[in-house]
Design a protein around this ligand. Sequence first.
Ligand code: NAD
Length: 246
Amino acid sequence: MKNAIVTGASNGIGLEISKKLSENDYHVGMIDVDKENLFKESENISNSVAIEGDVTNEDSIKNALDIFNKTPDLIVNNAGIVIFGGLEEQSIEDFKKSVDVSLIGSYLVSRLAITSMIKKNSGCIINMSSINGVHPGPGTGGYPPAKAGIVSLTQQMSIEWGPYGIRTNSIAPGFIDAGMSKPIYAVNKVRELRGNAVPIKKLGEAEDIANAVLFLASDNASYINGHNLVVDGGVINSVLGQLPRD
Ligand SMILES: NC(=O)c1ccc[n+]([C@@H]2O[C@H](COP(=O)([O-])OP(=O)(O)OC[C@H]3O[C@@H](n4cnc5c(N)ncnc54)[C@H](O)[C@@H]3O)[C@@H](O)[C@H]2O)c1
């Protein structure tokens, strides 16, 4: 059995990733700042341990890794937040929060776990970006820059830690009907419009992202390092296809 750490594991995509990993021979350290939900949800995931942890706080993650007490074979840096609002109205604090959780949090967790992984000379890191990190959506403050930063951080980790047998990749989910996007797609009209905007005519599910995690962590991806895997049904390539034509 392999050992995995998943951050932001109490809800949405992170919860589905934890479930998928536990079903595929991983012991999963589920880390989240939302203690109540985490402990409740982890009860349904076999081979898991729920560990309260805040990816913006070094002491909190040191403590979480101490509790896990195993060298991770896999780290999934999935925790992320979006704070909506135009750039001209967003507070500096809110902008910083998005960057702190997604981008710096991914570095912090990896930084604290990497020494033992380097000693083991193997491992895998998967950082959660977004299609916002490739093409920014309006009104999402520091979220797109944080997610674009994750693509670059992933490339940097891949070249610095590749020589130690550690592969690092990122995933850029598209329109996923889960977690932070659930309230958006609860509105039928939005659901229909967005689903139709995707070339394969449907929204994605948390399981689509969990499947991508499983693939990137597997030996089938053993030569993939520093890649940003866009999992979006083709939506970010469809701009020209959607232009009005007479
Ligand atoms: N749902 C989508 O459509 C979508 C699309 C693209 C990318 N993503 C990315 O996927 C990841 C998961 O998103 P989701 O949709 O499941 O959202 P979600 O809000 O359901 O999950 C995020 C989790 O992160 C946790 N979290 C927040 N701050 C934290 C902190 N400081 N320390 C530890 N945990 C913290 C939350 O408690 C929550 O459980 C995020 O990185 C998000 O940006 C989601």
